[in-house]
Design a protein around this ligand. Structure first.
Ligand SMILES: Cc1cc2nc3c(=O)[nH]c(=O)nc-3n(C[C@H](O)[C@H](O)[C@H](O)COP(=O)(O)O)c2cc1C
Length: 246
């Protein structure tokens, strides 16, 4: 049987070795600039804690009650609105996009297309967000839009998985952003039609799926009052709510 995980042939020892290899590679590639994202050791039980994501902005993860053994990458990803002024160099942004490139997709179609702002057109991108998002996203380093291709290239048939695949790519880039000491914040609150027009898309074959902000976390005191209240990592439903192991 090819897949060692199937039935009783799954070997947890080999699985563990594989897992450690992944961790070793991950550790090597992590540029721990400041003490951002410190949870990738072999002893990374996911203990909720207060971590200083930058010198001035500690983040409290205490309400995130993940089980022991979960890599803290998952818990220490969240969607802040407070960003600090920070210029993402092109090589770093390129690595973030490269991560999206390696996401899985149906028929390996890779239906995702990412558009990101430059310093020249940042204000245009900002203007394409709904007002509620414009109120905080202006401090992000980069704004972007994720566009999905609706049809398969090999037969021009409808690809019912394109949104799912684009979601996987978005999550890949989000995790690479974390490895770089940055955060992303997804946005459904965008002016979809205007984005399509601005980007010159053919909406018969492409769909604007979401906007996103990338940046370095900032001081929540810089946000308007009602957003300051929300500026804390959210909790989740219990595992039993989303997983039926029977
Ligand atoms: C596709 C998508 C669209 C979202 N749209 C918005 C949005 O328009 N505005 C906003 O403030 N947050 C938006 N969010 C962020 C979610 O509210 C956030 O991911 C969710 O509350 C879970 O919190 P966390 O990401 O901090 O763990 C969006 C997230 C995703 C994935």
């Amino acid at each position: 049987m090819d897949d060692e995980r199937v039935g009783s042939t799954w070997d947890p020892v080999r699985e563990k070795i594989h897992f450690l290899r992944i961790e070793a590679v991950t550790e090597r590639t992590l540029p721990y600039a400041d003490n951002v994202f410190n949870g990738n050791s072999h002893h990374s039980h996911c203990q909720p804690q207060v971590i200083s994501m930058s010198q001035s902005t500690p983040v409290n993860f205490e309400n995130r009650d993940a089980i022991d053994g979960l890599n803290s990458l998952f818990v220490e990803r969240w969607s802040p609105r407070a960003f600090q002024s920070y210029s993402i160099e092109l090589p770093m942004l390129t690595r973030i996009m490269e991560a999206a490139r390696w996401a899985p997709s149906c028929y390996n179609e890779q239906p995702w297309r990412f558009y990101t702002s430059t310093s020249e057109n940042f204000d245009d991108f900002l203007g394409l967000l709904l007002e509620g998002n414009q109120r905080w996203a202006g401090e992000a380093s980069v704004l972007g839009f994720l566009v999905g291709k609706k049809y398969f290239s090999h037969n021009q048939k409808e690809n019912s998985s394109f949104q799912l695949d684009c979601g996987a790519a978005w999550m890949s880039m989000t995790f690479q952003a974390r490895f770089e000491g940055l955060y992303t914040h997804g946005m459904a609150g965008i002016k979809h039609q205007e984005v399509a027009q601005y980007l010159g898309l053919d909406t018969k074959v492409e769909q604007v799926l979401m906007g996103f902000a990338i940046g370095k976390i900032g001081d929540s005191n810089t946000l308007p009052d009602n957003l300051q209240e929300k500026e804390t990592p959210s909790d989740r439903q219990p595992l039993a709510q989303i997983w039926n192991p029977s």
